[in-house]
Design a protein around this ligand. Structure first.
Ligand code: OSB
Ligand code: MG
Length: 370
């Protein structure tokens, strides 16, 4: 396989409903799509960076820079053909995990299509459907939160994750548990607390939560370990785990009992699988996190979540949870069992729709070998 061209698209999609976390409210998503073409086939990837460096330091501009000036030229110069070759060539470069992951994903899709296999087979997946949970942002009022939860439960989602922050935590949990005493429930603070809040956070044990995700800012390995010692509820790390090495170091001091895996955060599927395998060996369950992906990133996540140690409901919801119109066909849908079927066609197994993508492009650039 010879790679003939690589295209970057900066795109923007409006969200159906705002999404608010402890670091702010989003009403639209701006991100980068990558298309790699060779021998009449094309592979697609998504870079989950944002306009602003709030979730992590990466932005669409930092990603565009390293893709255009470093990673894409390297692919052409070294005639890189596979995700594995790409991973070993770029691992000496520090950081920029979302940019690395986006390109690696496009290479995975291309590679799988070349072999005529669905991606889950290359990744070592074992499931043909995966359990779906939903992440519910901070709302303007408790009543709005309760009605959103009720709607998601009606649709069949298997777990509700609530975004929390100081002053939107214990009181809202009391209300949610009053209305929904037994639903699988978790919370995600996106690093909004500090170890000074330990006594306050220990009261989360009263709500029978599956986990508390990322209470402290990344990495805070030691602080998370201090909290976990006194908390019955498992701590799940998201932002703190940016690599296999982080997973290993944090495990040694007891910072977590669960990991949320995001390919963008850890720099690709190869690194994600290392974390998955390490956790499996140590009886730590994982699940697949989300970054409000379009259908392209979402499809990639579904294939990854078919691996055996993805034991808990994933933040992978239907296309319609965030977008009135997705950019793939068929859209990602929820089954009546609250699951999502793993696509069986080659590669990501869904078709990116060029007409729809063209309508959301803000900026585009094409790269070819010299
Ligand atoms: O912390 O998991 C997070 C979305 C954007 C940035 C960070 C997070 C999230 C979510 C939504 O919780 C997950 C999704 O449904 O895509
Ligand atoms: Mg999170």
């Amino acid at each position: 396989m010879k790679i003939q061209e690589i295209e970057l698209y900066l795109v923007k999609m409006p969200l159906i409903h705002f999404f608010e976390t402890s670091f702010g409210r989003e009403t639209e998503r701006e991100f980068i799509l990558i298309r790699i073409a060779g021998n009449g086939i094309e592979g697609w990837g998504e870079v989950v960076a944002n306009k602003l460096p709030l979730y992590s330091y990466e932005t669409n501009k930092t990603a565009w820079h390293v893709l255009k000036d470093i990673f894409i030229p390297l692919i052409f110069k070294k005639s890189i053909k596979s995700p594995e070759e790409f991973n070993s060539e770029i691992s000496r470069f520090k950081g920029h995990n979302m940019a690395k992951a986006g390109l690696e994903l496009a290479l995975w899709d291309l590679h799988a299509k070349e072999k005529g296999l669905p991606l889950w087979k290359l990744h070592g997946g074992v499931k043909n459907e995966i359990p779906s949970g939903v992440s519910v942002g901070i709302q303007d009022s408790v009543s709005q939160l309760l009605s959103r939860i009720e709607n998601f439960l009606k649709l069949g989602y298997k777990r509700i994750k609530l975004k929390i922050k100081p002053a939107w935590d214990l009181d809202i949990l009391k209300e949610v548990r009053k209305s929904f005493p037994n639903i699988p429930l978790s919370v995600d603070a996106n690093g909004a607390y500090s170890l000074k809040d330990k006594e306050h956070l220990k009261r989360l044990d009263d709500f029978n939560l599956m986990m508390i995700e990322q209470p402290f800012p990344a990495p805070s390995f030691w602080d998370h370990a201090q909290l976990q010692k006194e908390l019955r509820t498992p701590i799940c790390l998201d932002e703190s785990i940016a690599s296999y090495q982080d997973a290993e170091q944090a495990f040694k001091i007891g910072s977590y009992r669960i990991i949320n895996i995001k390919v963008g955060r850890v720099g690709g599927v190869i690194e994600a699988k290392k974390i998955h395998d390490f956790c499996m060996k140590n009886s730590i369950p994982v699940w697949c996190g989300g970054m409000l992906e379009s259908g392209i990133g979402r499809a990639h996540n579904i294939h990854l979540a078919s691996l055996p140690n993805f034991k808990l409901p994933n933040d992978i919801s239907a296309s319609k949870r965030y977008y009135s119109q997705d950019i793939i066909e068929p859209e990602i849908e929820l089954t009546n069992k609250g699951t999502i079927k793993v696509p069986q066609n080659p590669g990501i197994g869904v078709l990116p729709l060029k007409e729809k993508i063209n309508k959301i492009i803000i900026h585009k650039e094409i790269f070819k070998p010299d």
